[in-house]
Design a protein around this ligand. Structure first.
Ligand code: ATP
Length: 581
């Protein structure tokens, strides 16, 4: 428990102080609560003494009791308020910091990680798992620490007050503690299962929604939802198992206290009859028997949740400890933009996709990469931008190995326009400004004009403030593509990568796109996965990739005059199926 508390404090980072203040003020609040209990006992004591004729209750006594009650209530309200505020602020702030930290981390892990680890796992950890920490962690520790401290204090007090009853109280606590340890052990097994089931549920629902288009097109309603149904079933089973085990164990835990309280109710009058205790003591002990375990009973009812916190922290640690690519990276400023791929081999898992490849891309030139589908064209671009690390050889940009850069300082040199454009669920203005976060409206509009999208944006009801749906679903393919080019123009990076940027666009959009691309690539080092003869023809060098190797390299005129794959392709391109030209 102490170890777990330390972990939570470490997790809370700079909000640790607020958590400690919240717990201390909550403890003070409970002591104010006990004060009113003490005042009632004091009153009963005086009443009994007055019945026996040993004390006369006067106004001073009444005001004393009243004063104690008022202090108790005011103190409780003040400290409860401070504690709640500190708890809420620290819980939400620490989880907010963690989410941002994980977001930053994800930018620096290798892309392969997102293949190996399901998207749902990351989503569940940053939403539900961190949500658990946010809502229950500090409250649980508050209740457990308060309950245990009160249990110890009250046991000592009763032992001093009357050792017979003290022993019964302690025996009740010991039995309950044995059950408590058992609850903790069970929880250690069941909590991770529940969280795993939750992550599985998020994964299947995400997959189901993302694949909805295919489901509808092929009318696969029944089959496709099987995965979701299984995940819902597993999640519900995991929750039912957890709850059923804990409700019976918690009942057992509380039973120990109830039995101990009942024994006190029997033993106190017996001691009175035996002359061992006075009637005042007997009354006080009878009243105490109903409230001494109150705080400790709460400890039991929330104890299973401490393991939920532990399992949540483990999950978050797993995600936070994902190895980053650029731990030793430096902030490198380049004085040239030559790119070189030297003796590079690369595998996706066991499949060798790039085989001992050598490429030189001089700065301020245009390189077109062509080749059959699956030959490795996109992978070459991914290795240059270090989305993945090579398995053999090295990739250099401006004479520096890409592994020597921080991810940020490397990617500052690149603007990539993907075939599949992703726009964020935000305004068009912010989507373009993503390329340069401090850009003004004027700069954004200039970039949009160059990318041939200014006029269609202006025609939208809210112009640049128009919201686009997640992934840009409310715009056509060509419109999204031009917005992404405006974004790249605004970034103004020295190296441009165009990954089949105009592959899926109609002729009307094609013309505008070509103008936009011409603007984007002016005076830049350009690498394009090309699919149009018109663009390939003018490239400074064409690399023909086949089966992970450079089969031919040169200008269009050179390659067309050689016997080889390029010439064969050009002459037969009408029939060529699967070629990206
Ligand atoms: N993330 C990945 N994990 C595993 N295999 C992959 C991954 N990405 C690509 N591949 C495989 O690597 C090979 C090369 O893929 P790549 O995308 O580089 O080819 P490409 O020439 O760009 O193809 P296309 O023209 O169809 O886009 C293919 O066989 C592909 O199936």
């Amino acid at each position: 428990m102490i170890k777990l508390f330390k972990r939570l404090l470490n997790f809370s980072g700079k909000h640790r102080k607020d958590i400690i203040v919240s717990l201390i003020t909550s403890f003070i609040k409970s002591n104010f609560e006990i004060m009113s209990f003490m005042a009632v006992i004091m009153l009963i004591n005086w009443l009994l003494l007055s019945v026996e004729g040993k004390k006369v209750i006067d106004m001073t006594d009444v005001f004393t009791i009243f004063g104690v009650m008022v202090i108790s209530i005011v103190g409780k309200i003040i400290f409860s308020n401070i504690s709640n505020q500190k708890r809420v602020i620290s819980s939400f702030k620490m989880c907010q910091d963690k989410r941002l930290e994980i977001g930053e981390l994800m930018k620096r892990v290798k892309m392969g990680y997102f293949n190996e680890n399901l998207l749902g796992e990351i989503t569940a950890t940053t939403t539900t798992t961190l949500g658990d920490i946010e809502t229950i962690s500090v409250t649980i520790f508050d209740k457990v620490i308060n309950g245990l401290v009160h249990g110890a204090v009250i046991s000592i007090w009763i032992l001093i007050y009357d050792w017979h009853i003290g022993l019964i109280t302690v025996a009740g606590i010991i039995i309950a503690m044995i059950v408590y340890v058992h609850i903790q052990k069970k929880s250690k097994i069941l909590s991770p299962r529940r969280q795993k089931a939750q992550a599985g549920l998020v994964t299947s629902i995400l997959e189901y929604i993302q694949g909805m288009g295919v489901v509808k097109a092929y009318n696969l309603g029944g089959n496709s939802s099987k995965g979701v149904k299984d995940a819902i079933e597993e999640s519900s089973q995991a929750n039912i198992k957890l709850e059923s085990v804990f409700s019976s164990l918690t009942a057992l835990y509380q039973l120990a206290f109830k039995i101990a309280s009942s024994i006190i109710i029997v033993v106190a009058p017996y001691l009175l009859i035996d002359g061992e205790i006075t009637i005042v003591k007997c009354f006080i002990l009878l009243i105490s028997s109903f409230i001494i375990y109150e705080q400790m009973e709460i400890v039991g009812s929330v104890s299973s949740l401490t393991r939920v916190i532990e399992a949540s922290l483990n999950r978050i640690d797993n995600l936070s400890n994902t190895p980053i690519m650029d731990g030793d990276g430096k902030d490198i400023k380049l004085d040239n933009y030559h790119i070189e791929i030297k003796d590079v081999s690369f595998y996706y898992e066991d499949m060798e996709v790039i085989k001992n490849m050598n490429i030189k891309i001089p700065e301020n030139t245009t390189t077109a990469i062509v080749g059959p589908s699956g030959s490795g064209k996109t992978t070459i671009c991914r290795l240059i931008t270090r989305f993945f690390d090579v398995d053999k050889g090295e990739v250099t940009v401006g004479g520096h190995n890409v592994k020597d850069f921080t991810c940020e300082s490397l990617l500052n040199n690149f603007s990539t326009v993907f075939q599949k454009v992703y726009l964020f669920e935000d305004t068009i203005f912010n989507n373009i400004r993503f390329g340069k976060p401090d850009a003004t409206l004027k700069e954004v509009q200039e970039a949009a004009k160059k990318a041939c999208c200014h006029s269609f944006i202006e025609a939208l009801p809210d112009g640049y403030d128009t919201y686009v749906g997640e992934g840009g679903s409310s715009l056509s393919g060509g419109e999204k593509q031009r917005i992404s080019i405006a974004r790249a123009i605004l970034k103004d990076a020295p190296i441009i990568i165009l990954d089949e940027a105009t592959a899926s666009v109609d002729p009307e959009n094609e013309k505008n796109l070509q103008i936009a691309i011409r603007e984007l690539t002016k005076n830049k080092t350009v690498i394009m996965i090309a699919h149009r003869l018109s663009t390939v023809k003018h490239a400074d060098q064409i690399l023909v990739i086949n089966n992970g190797q450079v089969e031919q390299a040169g200008k269009h005129n050179e390659l067309i005059s050689q016997e080889g794959i390029y010439k064969r392709f050009i002459s037969a391109r009408e029939e060529a199926i699967g070629w990206q030209l």
